[in-house]
Structures are given as C-alpha cells and as structure tokens.
Design a protein around this ligand. Structure first.
Ligand code: ADP
Length: 628
C-alpha cells in the first residue's frame, strides 16, 4: 500500500483532501467556523499566560515596585479569565454542533445513502461489498478516510496557531543581545551563531515527524495482515456472543476450528511482522524520535539560560522563551506530520470516493405512475431474457406474460429455475438484458423508481423485521394508522397474538434495543411481514414462499384467509408447495429459466408428460410416504 501511496501524485492527494474538506464544510459550515475559533483560542491561550507571567516574574526578579506588581497581577488574571471564558463559550458552541452532527454517524450515513441509491446489481456485487468492507474497516479501526479530514482540520489549526504564536513570542529571544561585558557569551550575539542555531533547531524539528512517518509506514506495510487479523478477531467475538450462532457453536464445538485456524497469533503475536518491525526499524525510529525531542528541549534550555546569564533578559523571560520555542517547534513538527498523514489518508479516501462514485448505470425515468383507486394496473413481460452481470448463462429466457388485473398467479418450478429472478426484474432491481417490461403499456424504465415501486408490495423469503414495535414494523414508519395496522394484523391471522403481547401494537420486537423486547417465531415473523405488505395498500402483492416458515395449521389458516389478504389486488406467489397453488387462477411453470407451462391447476395436471404433473406427482409421493 505504501507503494500505491507513493504512486499518487501530490496534485491528486491535494485534490482528494480538498474534496473531502468541501464535503464536510458544505454540510457543516457552522461547525467548521466554531472549531476554527476554538482551535485558535486553545493554541494561543498558553502564550498569553506565558507572556504575562514572564512580565510579572521579571518585575519580581527586578525592581519589585508594588504598584507595578499589582498592575501586572491584575492584567495577568484578567487576561486569563477573559480568554478562559471566551474559550468555554466557543467550546460549548462547538460541542453542541459536533454532538448534534455526530461526525461518525454522518460518515456512515453517507455510505448507507450511497448503498440505497446505487443500482441493485452493484449492491449485490462482491467487488462493491469488499470495497465497502475495506473502507469501513480502515475508518473504524484507524480513523482513516473522509472522516479524518475533520480531525486533521482541528489539529492543523491548533498547530498553525501554535507555530505563529510561538514565532511571535520568541522573535525577541534572537534579537535581544547579551551584555557586551559578558565575556565569551557575547559570541551568542553573532549572526552566524544565531543562524547555525536556527538551522539546527529546524533540522531537529523536521527529523522528529520524519521518524514518526517511518513508524507509520511500517504499520501500513503490515496493513493487509492486520486487517485479516482484525476481521478474524471480529468474527471470533461474534461467533461466541451472537445469539443466533451460540447454539451451533456449543453443539458442534465449533470453537475448536478457531484455535486451529487462528491467524491472530501470526498477525499480532511476538513473531508477527508488526512485532518484528517494533523490535527493529519502527522501534528504533520511535525511540530516535523521542530522543530528538529531548535533545531539542535540552538545547533550547541551554541557549536561553546562557543568554539570560549574559544579561540579555530577565529571569522571568526564561520561561517565556523556553515555552514559546518549544511550542513553536511542536507546532511546526505537527504541521509536517499532518502533511504526511494527509498524504497517507489520500490513499484511503481514494477508495472511499471510488465507492461513493460508483455510477448509476440503470436508466432513471421520471414519469409518474397514474394513481388508480380501482388498482387497475396491467403488467406485461415482452420477450424478456436476463443474464446476471458477469455471467454467461441466461437466468431467464424469452419470457412473455401478461398479468390480468385482480388475478392470483403462482410461479412454480425447481430451485434455480428463475422464479426469484422474475420477481427481481418486476421490481426493477435489475433491467432485462433483452426485451421489455411494461406497466400500463409503458416501459417500466421510464417511470420514476419510487413511483413505480409504490405499485408493489413484496414479501421476500429473506425479509427483515426491525427491533421496533410491532405496529412500526407493520407500517414501516415511526407514526402510523393504528386501526389500519390492527386490521392488517387481523387479516394476516396475527391479531390474537398481538393482543396477548404486553404492549399490544407497541410491543418491541427482539431484545436488541430493550430487555422487554419480545422474541417471536419464524412463522410469526412471516405473518408480520404479510401484514406489512398489506399495510402498503399497493396494487400488486408478491409473496415469495409466503408460508415456508409456517406449520401446516398456520399455512392452512393463511390460505383460507387468502381472499381476505389479497382483496382486489393482483397477487403473485412463489411456492414450492404445489398444493398451495391450487388456490390460484393461473399457474406459471418455470424450468431452467424458461416458462414451460401456463394454466389452471386442473388443466396443468391433465397435461401428460408436463413439468407441472411431474412436480405434482413427486410431491404427492413424498406426502404419501411421509404419511405411511
Ligand atoms: P429460483 O428462485 O427459481 O430458485 P433464481 O431466480 O434464484 O431461481 O435463480 C435462477 C438462476 O440465476 C440460477 O441459476 C441462479 O444460480 C442464478 N442466480 C441467481 N442470483 C444470481 C446472482 N446474484 N448472480 C448470478 N447468478 C444468479
């Protein structure tokens, strides 16, 4: 990775930093202003104290006039009180803004918003997922990425004001001459001596951040190993603590695998690459960096004390100069360190922007969908074929089909025959490779996506409920129509259960958020998902294996309620249980991506050698042998 960082031009690094900075600034201008003022006050405050204290000490060590001493004490205390008060006010302003902003949350939200607006094929792509994982990992683990720019901004301003304040307070150190009768000490007045000292101090100041960077580069070289180790560590922690896996782990003693495969020893242990670096290059650089700082401090003490000894200034000024020069050098070193760090961060930001810049290739239409209270929408698949990105085989081949309004349609077929793909195309998660899908005679690509999707309610097999209240889950929003939620619950056959819950519709699901949360079975989850689909009140209801998690009684209950659930909607079912498809007006049989049969249950059963009859007989056989 360090090679890749080095391959980036300075211009590219600056552009990436500018872009990240402008993102934050555009979103939170007031936060930036308050942070700027706070950083300035924070950096300048010690200098104010240093300056007035030095004045006071000089007076104490010199003439010791009472009035002047009192005057200086009052000035020192007033200046300190004023700046402290101002700093506290600005700090509060900044904190209120930064707490409200919650930098970390908005950083993640930017990524989530991107995921939500991205073409679905890109969301599913392993490349996108790997990139996002990498971005999130470096952001969480080492604070690198767009988020870091805000932190660097604060550090940069502090360092800059520290440097400027230090220069302001230490100029006179070099200007004030030692007394002419100070013997050999007068050589400290020689311009060459001052130049040599300044050069030496600059050199030492530059050396420290350079040594720091040597250390950081070592860490970066171990990055891939450490990332793997961290990922493994996260997985290990999750494996033991996640309630969904805990049972399997205990039952099969899966933790044994972990001790065998554990790469943490290799990545973090005493023989790891990072440990070798710590004993070698990185450790030496870090020790040298600390030593250089001490040498620098020693030299400053020596120079300032010698000048004071030579009578250039009073004892009080010694603290001022030592403090000012040390802080000035610290400020300069920090600026240099930040410049290096911004260069390294550019590499991570490049990855983050690569993710944020993934283009939407699917055509984005803008037509609105006509709102019809009679739900009279007609959908047609016209010669639709589809291949998933980067695959050769067609998942759907030349499908032509028209849904009649208010019809109950079943899609059946073996696993991998293309049923879910058909639904994904209908929901425009993908666009057909060939052919077109029409809603009321217009290509669905031409509609605004949100408008188009408002016509559909889908219960996917792997639907997700959230740890919110039952009612909020049904309505999919925080505030909702309670009567409507209740009626949907009733139709889905879940109302009795809701009534028995401690808080009825307000009962929180799962224990993620609260101890009082209620755990529910897979079948109950499925009923809530069905109620949620009904609450949307859309023209099409799509149920992917709607009764897969239900026991035979509950399944029977759902199917007897089917007419109530579907009402005047057009319903599309995907089901493996052919017995449940008998309730449908029309059954479409998929086989290897093609529609091979279409008709009512009775008509299809009669077709000798047909796929449906074959599937039906196979399932009937199971039921017969199960029963016997
Ligand atoms: P069904 O729902 O009938 O079980 P699918 O529509 O899920 O079948 O799958 C149809 C075909 O498309 C299968 O061969 C499957 O492997 C393939 N497929 C499904 N999803 C993807 C995907 N995201 N990427 C590549 N191929 C896929």
């Amino acid at each position: 990775m360090s090679e890749e960082t080095e391959k980036m031009t300075r211009k590219e690094k600056i552009q990436l930093n500018k872009r990240a900075f402008s993102i934050w600034y555009r979103e939170y201008p007031a936060l930036f202003v308050s942070t700027g003022i706070y950083s300035m006050l924070d950096a300048v405050f010690p200098y104010i104290i240093l300056y007035f204290s030095a004045q006071l000490l000089n007076e104490l060590a010199g003439a010791r006039q009472k009035e002047i001493l009192i005057q200086k004490i009052i000035i020192l205390l007033s200046a300190e009180a004023f700046v402290l008060l101002l700093k506290a006010v600005v700090c509060r302003w900044k904190n209120v803004l930064s707490d409200g902003t919650c930098i970390y949350f908005y950083d993640r939200k930017r990524q989530f918003d991107k995921l939500l607006s991205m073409d679905f094929c890109d969301v599913e792509s392993p490349w996108t997922q790997a990139l996002l994982r990498e971005v999130q990992q470096t952001s969480m683990w080492r604070n690198y990425g767009v988020r870091r720019v805000y932190m660097q901004y604060q550090e940069f301003l502090k360092a800059l004001f520290k440097l400027l304040g230090g220069i302001g307070l230490s100029v006179s150190l070099f200007q004030l001459p030692v007394r002419a009768d100070a013997g050999w000490l007068t050589m400290l007045n020689h311009p060459l001596c001052i130049l040599l000292l300044a050069l030496f101090l600059c050199g030492v100041t530059l050396l420290s951040p350079w040594l720091e960077m040597v250390g950081k580069r070592c860490v970066i070289q171990c990055e891939q190993d450490l990332k793997l180790g961290n990922r493994f560590f996260g997985f290990f922690e999750d494996l033991v603590s996640a309630d969904k896996r805990a049972l399997d782990v205990r039952l099969y003693g899966q933790e044994r695998f972990l001790t065998q495969l554990n790469p943490i020893q290799n990545d973090f242990g005493v023989n790891s690459k990072i440990a070798r670096f710590s004993r070698g290059r990185m450790g030496i650089a870090s020790a040298a960096s600390a030593a250089v700082s001490r040498i620098f401090g020693g030299l400053i003490y020596l120079f300032v004390c010698l000048k004071a000894w030579g009578g250039a200034f009073g004892v009080g000024s010694v603290t001022q100069y030592i403090g000012a020069v040390t802080a000035m050098s610290g400020g300069l070193a920090k600026l240099l360190e930040l410049a290096g760090d911004a260069g390294i961060n550019a590499f991570y930001m490049k990855k983050e922007f690569m993710f944020l810049d993934i283009p939407n290739r699917m055509y984005q239409g803008s037509l609105t969908v006509e709102k019809r209270s009679d739900k009279n929408y007609e959908v047609e698949f016209r010669n639709v074929s589809f291949r998933y990105p980067n695959t050769e085989a067609y998942a759907l081949k030349n499908v032509s089909l028209k849904f009649r309004v208010g019809e109950r349609l079943a899609l059946v077929g073996q696993n991998g025959s293309g049923k879910t793909t058909f639904i994904k195309l209908l929901c425009r998660l993908y666009d057909p490779t060939e052919g077109e899908i029409l809603l009321n005679g217009i290509d669905i690509r031409k509609y605004d996506y949100q408008e188009y999707m408002s016509v559909f309610s889908v219960v996917f097999q792997d639907f997700q409920l959230l740890a919110y209240s039952v009612g909020q889950n049904i309505a999919a929003r925080a505030s909702y129509d309670r009567e409507k939620a209740e009626s949907c619950c009733e139709k889905a056959g879940f109302w009795e259960r809701v009534k028995s819950m401690p808080e009825g519709l307000d009962t929180i699901l799962y224990k993620d958020m609260t101890e009082e949360g209620v755990e529910i079975s897979g079948g109950e989850e499925q009923k809530i998902a069905i109620a949620r689909a009904m609450y949307r009140d859309s023209a099409f209801l799509i149920l992917d294996e709607p009764t897969a998690a239900l026991d035979p009684m509950a399944e029977y209950e759902i199917y007897t309620r089917l007419n109530e659930i579907v009402e005047d909607r057009t319903a599309i079912y995907i089901s493996h249980r052919l017995s449940s498809c008998r309730f449908c007006d029309e059954i479409i049989v998929f086989h290897e991506g093609s529609m091979v049969q279409q008709g009512s249950h009775e008509a299809l059963l009669e077709q000798e050698g047909g796929k449906y009859r074959e599937l039906w007989n196979t399932q009937a056989q199971y039921y017969v042998s199960d029963a016997s």
